[in-house]
Design a protein around this ligand. Structure first.
Ligand SMILES: [Zn+2]
Length: 120
């Protein structure tokens, strides 16, 4: 892939990374605020369920973060945009829509079919 293009993806990935991290900070600050000031047990229950919702979101964000880090590593190693399965170039449109992807559309489709047939 061309260097300019790689840098463009790097910027995009870093931006997304910052976005997730600042969102996570905000969530944490909100949770701390709520915790310090809840006299009513009913409110507390609501906040508890809110919190498990937040934590689920954060779990997903954590996974995305690690994918972003892996993608940044691949940029550094010069293998970004190359399919992990077949070694062909991943379609640029696909990368733009999903910059953390490691598989070309053909291999991704195959993988999904395999997962489906295994009942996962
Ligand atoms: Zn492939």
């Amino acid at each position: 892939m061309e260097k300019d293009l790689l840098e463009q993806f790097r910027t995009q990935l870093l931006g997304k990374r910052d976005e997730i991290l600042s969102e996570a900070d905000k969530t944490l600050a909100d949770m701390t605020d709520q915790n310090n000031n809840v006299p009513d047990p009913n409110d507390r229950a609501t906040i508890e369920s809110d919190r498990s919702f937040e934590l689920r979101i954060r779990d997903r964000e954590r996974k995305l973060l690690s994918k972003i880090d892996e993608a940044l590593d691949r940029i550094d190693e010069g293998v970004y945009g190359i399919c992990e399965e077949c070694g062909c170039d991943i379609n640029l449109k696909r990368l733009e829509a999903r910059p953390v992807t490691t598989l070309c559309i053909d291999c991704k489709t195959l993988q999904e079919q395999k997962e489906k047939s295994q009942g996962q």
